[in-house]
Design a protein around this ligand. Structure first.
Ligand code: HEM
Ligand code: HEM
Length: 184
């Protein structure tokens, strides 16, 4: 077995990664179980929670991106071929882009419905578009489409990680695990 030094993400990046995975599970569950939205209905219960969790995901992702840009990150694993390195970087970039797009399109949809978006009732956030805005409605339709696009992309990301664990049996998964099994 090769014993090249193990490069892994720092604990803050790992924390952000798994926190967002957990928040996204909650957010999808809320999106799919909240009642059918009708014109003029107020954002109550699960709907209100969906708005708050969505904004929280946006805030955590902004902090994560800031941390990623401002602190040193591990270089790509030296065992990876260049095409995999590039594919991984592209998918990671798209994951950030999609999560931010979901947050903004969902928020715009809430605003065009005339809903006050809050962070768990504590902080009132500004409207992104005017009530009744046709742009807001179009962005809301985009929100529903992006829900599926993000799922497909996460499926690709998880399938790639699974291939590293099951087929190639390398250390890629360890780079994001809370405690790595081997350290050199
Ligand atoms: C990463 C963040 C988000 C994810 C993964 C997500 C996911 C979802 C899902 C799964 C649905 C149900 C779609 C359907 O049944 O077709 C939905 C609908 C909705 N979401 Fe989000 N959402 C996110 C962020 C937000 C935010 C930040 C807001 C508002 C502040 C929001 C507002 C809405 C609204 C208003 C709907 C109903 C759209 C409609 O049926 O016309 N979402 N979202
Ligand atoms: C069970 C599900 C998941 C597993 C097992 C997993 C695993 C991993 C692993 C092992 C890495 C490190 C890859 C490397 O070193 O190149 C990674 C990185 C990454 N993952 Fe995931 N992941 C999962 C879900 C998600 C989800 C839902 C997202 C959506 C935002 C996501 C976004 C990212 C991003 C953006 C990176 C690059 C590092 C960063 O900027 O945080 N992952 N993931």
């Amino acid at each position: 077995m090769k014993r090249e030094p193990l490069t892994e993400y720092g604990s803050a990046m790992k924390g952000f990664h798994w926190l967002v995975v957990g928040l996204l599970v909650v957010q999808y569950a809320l999106g799919w179980t909240m009642p059918e939205l009708r014109r003029g209905m107020p954002p109550e219960g699960l709907v209100n929670l969906h708005l708050s969790f969505g904004v929280a995901i946006g805030a955590v992702m902004a902090l994560r991106l800031g941390w990623r840009v401002l602190t040193p990150q591990p270089p790509g694993d030296p065992s990876l071929p260049a095409w995999q390195e590039k594919a991984a970087a592209a998918v990671h970039g798209l994951l950030y882009l999609l999560v931010f797009s979901l947050v903004l399109t969902g928020w715009a949809d809430a605003s065009r419905r005339g809903w006050q978006v809050t962070l768990f009732g504590g902080v009132d956030l500004p409207a992104l578009v005017a009530t009744g805005s046709p742009t807001g409605r179009a962005l809301g339709e985009m929100h529903e489409a992006l829900v599926t696009v993000l799922l497909v992309l996460v499926g690709l990301h998880v399938a790639a990680v699974a291939a590293h664990v099951v087929l190639w049996r390398d250390r890629i998964m360890d780079r994001m695990m809370p405690h790595t099994r081997s350290r050199t």
